[in-house]
Design a protein around this ligand. Structure first.
Ligand SMILES: [Zn+2]
Length: 193
C-alpha cells in the first residue's frame, strides 16, 4: 500500500496540538504537508516485500568462468540512514558493507547499493536491516553466502535518554560460508583496505 499522505497530515497536525504548539502559526502551517512528503520518501520501502525488492534489483550477469569458488565481492562504505521502529527516531551516519560469493551470476554493483537503500526506507532495527539486505541479496543473486556489516548512530541513544553522543552500534549478519572464521578474517582484511 502506498503512503496515505492525507492521513499523515491530519495526524501530524494532531501531534503539533498535543505538544502544545499552534499548527496555524506561520512556521508550522506547511509542516504537516512537509512531513507527509518526507514520510512518503523515507518510508517507501514499507510498500514492498523483500521478494519485490529482489525482483526490482536482480539485474545479473554471467560470472567469470575461471573464478575461485571462494572469491568475495565486497561493496563497502554505502551511506544510508533509517528510522528506528521503537522511537521513529533517525539512525544516522550509517555505513553499510555488503559482501557475497557469486555462484553462476554476478549482480550489478549499483543494485547492491539500491537494495541497501530500499530496505533502510522502513521502520527498522539495525539488526533487521542486516537480515533484510542478506535476504534480498540471497534472492537476487541465488548465492547463500552473504555478509552484511553495519555501523550507525541512533538518535534515540545520542539525543535523548542517556545522550551518549559518540556511541555507535556495529552489527554483523553472516550467512553460508561467512560463518567460517577464515572467511570472516578475509573479509575484515578487505574492509581495512
Ligand atoms: Zn530507538
Amino acid at each position: 500500500m502506498a503512503v496515505d499522505k492525507e492521513k499523515i497530515k491530519e495526524h501530524i497536525r494532531g501531534i503539533l496540538l498535543a505538544i502544545g504548539e499552534d499548527p496555524d502559526r506561520e512556521g508550522l502551517r506547511e509542516t504537516p504537508d512537509r512531513v507527509a512528503r518526507m514520510y512518503e520518501e523515507v518510508f517507501a520501502g514499507i510498500s514492498y516485500t523483500n521478494d519485490e525488492i529482489a525482483a526490482m534489483f536482480n539485474k545479473t550477469f554471467e560470472a567469470p568462468k575461471d573464478r575461485n569458488k571462494n572469491d568475495i565481492v565486497l561493496v563497502k562504505d554505502i551511506e544510508a540512514f533509517s528510522y528506528c521502529e521503537h522511537h521513529m527516531a533517525i539512525m544516522y551516519d550509517m555505513n553499510i558493507s555488503v559482501a557475497y560469493i557469486p555462484r553462476d551470476r554476478v549482480i550489478g554493483l549499483s543494485k547492491i547499493v539500491r537494495i541497501a537503500d530500499m530496505v533502510t526506507r522502513r521502520l527498522q532495527l539495525q539488526e533487521r536491516i542486516g537480515a533484510d539486505i542478506a535476504d534480498v541479496m540471497e534472492k537476487a543473486t541465488g548465492s547463500p553466502d552473504i555478509a552484511v556489516i553495519i555501523e550507525a548512530k541512533h538518535s534515540c541513544v545520542t539525543a535523548r535518554g542517556i545522550k551518549n553522543r559518540e556511541s555507535s552500534t556495529f552489527t554483523t549478519t553472516f550467512k553460508g560460508v561467512f560463518n567460517e572464521e577464515k572467511m570472516q578474517e578475509k573479509l575484515l582484511m578487505m574492509m581495512k583496505k
